[in-house]
Design a protein around this ligand. Structure first.
Ligand code: GUN
Length: 295
């Protein structure tokens, strides 16, 4: 009895990747060089390995070159900074990402700040966060960029609406709140950015026309927290052990999907919602970098 529109990130990401592949093919046919993404992976974190491998595979699918630099978990901060510096100066490479999280002995801020903003296709450097905030041409982080693209392609009305964001991370919640408040489409929302210290969260959520959930707690948002007719964007991804599945696990979001889908006007599923969009966004930024379209 689900009435909500399913926001199909898998389908949209496929379309976006086809658009990118077509543009690359035309560029190469005209004598241009393939866009080239470098990814640095430090250590053996299982999820990070999966994500980086998916990014490299996606590069192949759209006709990009890619370089995966795998480094030992015990690498020193200085050595990692030198690897970043070398890629910064390598003219063959257009975009560089350092997969997070990094081992605890390495200062993420120092490493991020070392990445040349012109190659920062994750949009994590102060230069790109600042440019995004000002509404200047910038590399926008993959998850917020992907959500913006979903809202556009599903023609979600945003002007004058109340957008509630749960979670204030640098990667998702914080940039998302800025993008939704901007004088642009999608945007022009009245934005409330909520977090772990927010009082009366459920009441605030019930006033959201657009609810963006990125706090990292499985099935945190329940139907009683959602206004009828709201648009719900679920950024969470949690691997839950499930012996009845062939894979041994199932994936849950930050939203209790089945009950919220009965109440919302539109909702992103997990998997197949926001997740697939993040890789397409990274490819898009890498294409922009290769074209020199941002800087
Ligand atoms: N870890 C979680 N999300 C991301 C991302 O978008 N980029 C990188 N580099 N690491 C991440």
């Amino acid at each position: 009895n689900m009435t909500a529109t399913l926001i199909d990130g898998k389908k949209v990401s496929k379309t976006l990747q086809e658009e990118i592949a077509a543009e690359v093919a035309a560029h190469v046919a005209a004598g241009g060089k393939k866009p080239h993404l470098a990814a640095i992976l430090v250590g053996e974190d299982g999820a990070s390995r999966t994500y980086v491998n998916a990014k490299v595979k996606a590069c192949e699918q759209v006709g990009f070159d890619s370089t995966l630099v795998k480094l030992d978990a015990a690498i020193s901060e200085q050595e990692l900074l030198q690897v970043v510096a070398d890629i910064n100066e390598n003219p063959a490479i257009d975009g560089l990402i350092v997969q997070l999280p990094l081992p605890r002995h390495i200062d993420v801020a120092k490493v991020t700040d070392k990445i040349k903003p012109e190659k920062d296709v994750d949009g994590f450097t102060p230069a790109n966060v600042g440019r995004m905030t000002l509404g200047w041409p910038a590399y926008v982080a993959a998850t917020p960029f992907g959500i913006v693209e979903l809202l556009k392609r599903y023609e979600v009305e945003t002007s004058g609406k109340h957008c509630v964001v749960i979670g204030r991370s640098h990667i998702v919640g914080s940039p998302m709140s800025i993008l939704m408040a901007r004088n642009a489409y999608p945007g022009n929302c009245t934005v409330t950015l909520t977090h772990s210290r927010t009082q009366g969260l459920a009441d605030i959520c019930r006033t959201a026309d657009i609810l963006i959930v990125a706090l990292g707690k499985a099935e945190f948002v329940t139907a009683d927290m959602v206004k009828p007719g709201a648009v719900v964007i679920d950024v969470g991804i949690h691997r839950i052990e499930d012996a009845s599945r062939k894979s041994g696990f199932r994936l849950l979001g930050d939203v209790k999907f089945d009950e919220v889908a009965e109440k919302a006007a539109a909702i992103t599923p997990v998997p197949g919602g926001v997740g697939p969009m993040t890789i397409a966004s990274l490819l898009y930024n890498t294409l922009l970098a290769a074209k020199g379209a941002v800087y």
